[in-house]
Design a protein around this ligand. Structure first.
Ligand code: ATP
Ligand code: MG
Length: 391
């Protein structure tokens, strides 16, 4: 029989809805859901604790579900059949979504107490109807079953029938924790770091340093493509592209080779903080993982961290590369990250970077540079671009 799913049921995490922030969280979640469905026709409605997407073209159902599974704050999603609460209607709908063989059970929830049967009675009757009308290859077993037909009789006078619960993205609605600035390279780690923090409700801004002409347009495009992948989860991203070559020249000329990376990182952090504050971001995010490379030792992190006052979130600090790659595959950034373009950090790469830098040394070497002027110029020449969910 033809399957007639005509409604998508969205359940959201209840925990974050406790307390005074409920209305705010909900309005954000609804806004994010609607943003994610841009370009698709549908009707949105809500009842207590649930949202419904209806009146869509059946051909769009898979696309709608795929987009909804990327919206943080959604707990689970089910394709459902919505019918008037009427025994015959419910039975017909049940038959339309029930496979013709296998072991099933029926679970009725009766929020609508006007309905003249108990949940148990109705469940048994629907089960009986299905056995009779689906060709005799179905069996009922309440304890061991292949599928569980859920029938929810809501107070609205409508009933919702569904089999599947598709896991949502979990987390908190994007934006409810404020804004943060992601230092986005073209590598594997930083996009994953952005995703992980967006999941905790942060709206992501991104900043990228490029070393034109040493790094190419394609390297920059790679970063934009990565940001674009993230927009499926966290909505539009404002990307700051910072020219970094002049700063690298200056460091290269005046500071010892082995401090190149340390001092470069300190400049990146300072510039990121400047642009973060301008854009009302309350934190920075990096993709660092302890011990992964020379610049990611405790000492290196202390030296780069010490030039900023905003908190720096490093959600991958305790992760193995393989764990990071798993997430990169899940969010579909891995294949972009491994495109072979050069990164600004590889351009002036020293052979033996210092592994345990001291702050005093970094400060002394930097004093040979006009730090403020270099930063001012880089910030002035920064180009802002919106990476949009839509195009
Ligand atoms: P990734 O895979 O994210 O590039 P990585 O393991 O290559 O990380 P590093 O090159 O040491 O590590 O960079 C550490 C972090 O510094 C990155 O995760 C990113 O947050 C930031 N970063 C590095 N290069 C850039 C860049 N060109 N533009 C913006 N941020 C950068
Ligand atoms: Mg890198």
């Amino acid at each position: 029989m033809e399957v007639k799913y005509n409604c998508i049921l969205i359940r959201f995490g209840e925990i974050f809805l406790k307390g005074n922030n409920r209305a705010y969280f909900e309005s954000l979640l609804i806004k994010n859901i609607k943003n994610s469905l841009t370009g698709i026709d549908y009707r949105f409605s809500k009842t207590q604790g649930r949202y419904y997407i209806e009146e869509f073209n059946p051909e769009d159902m898979d696309e709608i579900i795929s987009r909804l599974t990327k919206v943080f704050g959604i707990h689970s999603i089910s394709p459902t059949v919505k019918v008037k609460t009427d025994f015959d209607e419910i039975c017909k709908a049940a038959a339309s979504i029930t496979p013709s063989q296998g072991v099933f059970r029926v679970t009725v929830k009766r929020a609508d107490k006007r309905f003249p049967m108990t949940s148990m009675e109705l469940g048994a009757k629907i089960g009986g109807y299905l056995l009779k009308h689906t060709g005799g290859k179905l069996k009922v077993n309440l304890f061991e079953y292949d599928f569980d037909l859920n029938v929810d009789l809501r107070e609205s006078g409508y009933s919702y029938l569904f089999y599947d619960k598709i896991m949502g993205a979990q987390g908190l609605p994007t934006g409810c924790s404020g804004n943060a600035m992601l230092l986005l390279s073209g590598g594997i780690d930083s996009p994953v770091a952005g995703y992980v923090m967006a999941k905790r409700g942060l709206r992501i801004f991104a900043i990228h340093y490029h070393s034109f002409p040493y790094t190419s347009e394609l390297a920059l495009q790679k970063v934009k493509d990565l940001a674009k992948k993230l927009t499926a989860y966290c909505g539009d991203i404002k990307l700051a592209v910072v020219p970094f070559t002049e700063i690298q020249y200056a460091i290269h000329e005046h500071c010892p080779q082995e401090f190149m990376i340390t001092i470069m990182r300190r400049f990146m952090m300072r510039i990121a903080e400047r642009i973060a504050i301008k854009n009302e971001c309350g934190a920075l995010i990096t993709g660092e993982a302890l011990g992964q490379v020379a610049s990611q030792t405790m000492q290196s992190i202390q030296v780069t961290n010490s030039v900023v006052t905003l908190p720096v979130f490093r959600p991958l600090i305790g992760s193995d590369k393989s764990e990071i790659i798993d997430i990169a595959n899940k969010i579909d950034t891995f294949d972009i990250s491994i495109r072979p373009y050069e990164d600004c950090c590889t351009v002036f790469l020293p052979k033996n970077p210092v592994i345990k830098p001291k702050i005093e040394d970094a400060v002394e070497y930097e004093s040979r540079l006009d730090i403020e002027a270099l930063i001012d110029k880089a910030v002035e020449n920064t180009v802002m671009e919106i990476i949009s969910v839509e195009d």
